[in-house]
Design a protein around this ligand. Structure first.
Ligand code: SAM
Length: 174
């Protein structure tokens, strides 16, 4: 099965903490293996790791990476999510035939440099209207994995038991 990683560009700790946390948690919940963030942010690392510790899985977070080098040297399919890209409906069949052992999905925060468009194997629009990196990532992962990502078993210390009303959580540490 293809291991999927996210590369988050342009993260500004004081402005983007919440959105980048949501990018990371969405990636994890929809079945990705880890996230790389261009800017160093230890608080962001702590908050994502705390979710992993409680809710399980082996999702990783690394911040403060040299993203140009990382993107250039990444061995596998590079998908850049951008409103300017090929519509997801047209791109997905091509992505499926080009699947490699690893995939990197790039999402921006502010304006993404032109070299990212050049380095990407696919520039893909989740529709061609501006919206959000969180929405784009969720829809892309869900379509790519055909729903299987949301069925990942995380074997966490804390497990939510789905119920029609109220909240039921099994906590193994108690
Ligand atoms: N204005 C920026 C630009 O065009 O470079 C984008 C800012 S947007 C708030 C942040 C990120 O959301 C983008 O870099 C892209 O990854 C993602 N995004 C927003 N709309 C998208 C869409 N329709 N399809 C795919 N990705 C999208």
């Amino acid at each position: 099965m293809t291991e999927i990683y996210i590369l988050r560009l342009g993260h500004r700790p004081e402005r983007d903490k919440r959105v980048t946390t949501h990018v990371a948690l969405t990636a994890r919940a929809f079945g990705a293996k880890g996230i790389y963030v261009s800017t160093l942010d230890e608080e962001l690392e702590r908050s994502v790791r705390s979710v992993v510790k409680r809710f399980g899985g082996d999702f990783t977070i690394t911040t403060g990476i040299k993203w140009r080098e990382f993107l250039r040297n990444f061995e596998g399919t590079r998908v850049h999510l951008t409103m300017y890209g090929t519509h997801i409906d047209d791109a997905l069949p091509k992505v499926r035939t080009a699947m490699t052992e690893k995939m990197l999905i790039v999402v921006g925060a502010e304006k993404v440099p032109p070299e990212v468009y050049q380095a990407a194997t696919f520039n893909i629009g989740v529709g061609n209207q501006p919206h959000s990196e969180v929405a784009a990532l969720a829809v892309f992962l869900d379509r790519l994995k055909e729903g299987a990502g949301l069925r990942t078993d995380f074997h966490g210390r804390m497990t939510v038991v789905p119920c029609e009303r109220g909240k039921k959580v099994v906590n193994d540490t108690e």
